[in-house]
Design a protein around this ligand. Structure first.
Ligand SMILES: *Cc1c(COP(=O)(O)O)cnc(C)c1O
Length: 370
């Protein structure tokens, strides 16, 4: 037996379960389990990535200056208030390390991204769950969860996996109602999919308040999940704090170059936004026509519920889809037992899922071609 003991608060942390990407019997699959962009990144991003080949012996720019400039330009935010990270995951982790520790409390909503509680636990803090109402973050419940020990409140808006959103006024009300010494982290992984004028992904909130941190990612609409790039936006005092404790070369040169070009290609981003909203609206209607229930309508994924009346479970549907090489996301781990989360893919992929689900729900469980 080893005498080496890890910190007690690390011992019981569950391992993060990502979306699966392989099925043994299939050489190619339809993967709609990780909210990835089905078209990949801008061609300019791929070119910039390839161009890094000749510079592999050089350390990256530790300040990711060119990437910050591009973000600052496109999002109209000040460069000094941006921090870049290896995925927005790193920013979430830095926030926990900088602003919480042993015996502190960190609040997140009931069906929230599992990394919030994993990072809170990793620094010895206690995650506190605030109950949702109708699968939507409930501000009164968040405020009721606050104690003297609360240091951080995490809120994903839109939320994954529920697909529900709080509007700008609600988020403002939440910030104004929280004590000033509590950091509000607004995870905007899906902000780019919000086309409404009044959703600026809370960037203006982080410009006004000294205790708001926005996180964004290049893993979703920008199609660069493999390269691990994210960013945070906040008051300069928060950014300076997080900068001190990050790894000095947290982003590699290929990631910086590809992300820089991806964010600049606004025409391609607009195409992806329009495609997502059109396909998503179409298939929300189609899934509902099968008797499936859908609450949230934001992001690039659809959370479908298999109501009792259908007499078919999400687990059975999942096995059925898998038998055709289609992987969607089981969300039991989030406490969503009879639900599946389906990433909005291409029209063709979505048709395939829809027709298989239809076949499954109508009980024609023969392996008919579709
Ligand atoms: C996908 C996702 C992220 C992105 O994480 P990265 O580390 O940037 O890939 C963050 N938050 C939520 C809620 C997500 O769904």
């Amino acid at each position: 037996m080893s005498l080496l003991k890890s910190k007690i608060h690390i011992k019981n942390i569950p391992l993060y379960q990502g979306g699966e990407s392989k099925l043994d019997q299939f050489s190619s699959i339809t993967k709609l389990s990780s909210n990835e962009n089905p078209f990949g990144p801008s061609p300019n991003a791929i070119k910039a990535y390839n161009d890094v080949q000749s510079k592999l012996h050089l350390y990256p720019d530790g300040s990711a200056s060119e990437l910050k400039e591009a973000i600052s330009d496109i999002y109209q935010v000040s460069k000094e208030r941006i921090i870049c990270g290896a995925g927005s995951d790193e920013i979430l982790c830095l926030a926990c390390r900088a602003y919480s520790g042993p015996n502190d409390e960190v609040i997140h909503t009931q069906h929230a991204f599992s990394m919030y509680s994993i990072y809170a636990k990793s620094v010895g803090a206690l995650p506190i769950i605030s109950q949702e109402k109708n699968l939507t973050a409930n501000i009164e419940s968040i405020l009721k969860s606050v104690s003297q020990k609360t240091k951080i409140v995490f809120l994903a808006n839109p939320n994954n996996p529920t697909g529900t959103v709080l509007n700008k006024n609600d988020v403002l009300y939440l910030r104004e109602s929280l004590r000033e010494d509590i950091l509000l982290v607004l995870d905007g992984a899906y902000s780019e999919y919000m086309l409404e004028d009044d959703h600026d992904g809370a960037l203006s909130l982080a410009s006004t308040f000294k205790n708001v941190l926005i996180t964004r990612t290049f893993s979703k609409i920008y199609g660069l999940a493999a390269l691990r790039v994210g960013w945070g936006y906040a008051d300069i005092s928060i950014i300076e704090t997080l900068e001190k404790i990050r790894n000095p070369f947290n982003l590699n040169s290929s990631a910086i170059a590809a992300a820089r070009e991806a964010v600049k290609d606004v025409v391609y981003t607009k195409y992806l936004q329009d495609h997502n909203s059109q396909v998503m609206n179409e298939f929300i209607l189609k899934f509902r026509s099968l008797g499936l229930e859908i609450t949230g309508e934001a992001g690039n994924f659809i959370l479908v519920k298999f109501p009792h009346g259908l007499n078919k479970s999400a687990a059975e549907a999942d096995s059925y889809l898998r038998s055709f090489g289609i992987i969607v996301r089981r969300v039991d781990g989030y406490g969503l037992i009879n639900f599946l989360r389906i990433t909005v893919g291409t029209q063709k992929q979505m048709n395939e899922v829809f027709l298989r689900l239809k076949q499954f729900l109508e009980g024609n469980n023969v392996k008919d071609p579709i």
